[in-house]
Ligand binder design. Sequence first.
Ligand code: SF4
Ligand code: SF4
Length: 486
Amino acid sequence: MQPMNTTKDNVLKLTNALYFEVDEETYIYHGLSGVITEFDSVSAKVLNTFQQNKTFTRPEIIQQLEGVVDQKTIQQVIDEFIQMEIISENHVKGIHSQTPGIPIGEQWPVQTLVFHLINECNLSCTYCYAGGGDYGKPMKSMAMETAEGAIDFLIKESKDRPNLSVVLFGGEPTMNWSLLKRIVSYGKEATEKANKTIDFSMTTNGTLLNEERIKFLAMNNVGVTISMDGPEEWQDKFRISNNGTGSYEIVHKNAKKLIEMRPSKPVAVRVTVNKGFPSVKDLFYHFMEIGFHEVGFAPVSATDEAFVLNSPELWRLLDDFEQLTEDFVREAIQDRYLGFSNLVNIIVELHSGVNKGFGCGAGLGFMAVSPSGDLFLCHRFNEQQEYKMGDIFNGINRDFQKELLGSLHVDNKTTCSSCALKHTCSGGCYYEALEQMGEITSPNLHYCEWQHRWYKIGLNAYVRIMKENPTFIDRMIGLTPICHTS
Ligand code: SF4
Ligand code: SF4
């Protein structure tokens, strides 16, 4: 297939490209189309000339490379890269390079709802973004009628989508156990009547699990993520009960019981990474020894200097991620899976060629419902009235949704327009933007460099696995659940 228009005066431009190396060979990742390709020394010479967002016409690039690459080869390389959409011609984006627009309207479905069963927590984690679980509001538990109404709302607003998800969240969701059980039973009955399916997942601090509760979770196939920070001396520094005692012993005991009682269902742990953190590899293998299947790490989002990672610590975190990535690749080549969720998420994105116009699904297919039935952009914005999207009784405020999401779309973040991660990071998390940049609509510019290096590590791992064990990732995607919430 020939490019549509190849006249000599057309403007050629290389955009949104990330270079990385594998075994001393150079590769390019074109972030708009998702194309990953190795290139030889001739292509490298052509593409390097385009770097720094320069534009050329064909005669200009031929002149630029005169004596280095012959004219016919340059033409062939350019045609090939236009076809792959790595180079644009006259600023026209190919079909795979277009950014998805804003799919908002009465028909846009909600498929996942995060239930804040209770705005209260039995722990007082020192860095908690939710103000100790109460989100700065008087403590409130969700009532039975509200929970049932929220399930009905989800069924109705999911429109023609057949598969629904409920995330059981808090505060600490197990503090409202009878409601949790009711949500699961009512959710199953109501979705069955509506000819849909529903799955449940829960994020918990793990302190209030017991045998009867674990049985219930296993019988109802509820996915569980436990929040834990590390070995005893580290966990007990931050994740403390309201009377100041540490939580490691009880969480460790309950986690082991949960893992033993449901061997066929993966149990994940989510680690909040704080200032002065131990080695990520040590943390990871500590959790593997307990028996967890998946371990995900997230830097603390508190702005408090006492907890937040400074720049050298963020780079140390990445060095640690890189080391763990080596273990992941080694195991994958041997056809074994290592549950390092952060890397798995990137590999899944690269493999499926994700193309997003928004940093995440918050406010679109994904919302949070507060104990009183109010709908918020996501769980992190629970009880923040500026980000209220409506309520389950009167429905979604579509005008506000349109206005807010319009302002959050990556096309409104000019610094993201030429970024290689425009369709994967897409400006990043809105809550982080608010915390770190002071504006929910801001791109997360504080972490671009970090993200780029992390993606290069992920790309390197992806290419090596695809070369050595090409079917591994397809099989892994079939097995690995990707957690909706952070
Ligand atoms: S926030 Fe930074 S890394 Fe993310 S898409 Fe925008 S420019 Fe790229
Ligand atoms: S990425 Fe950020 S804005 Fe999106 S759902 Fe997660 S916390 Fe909310």
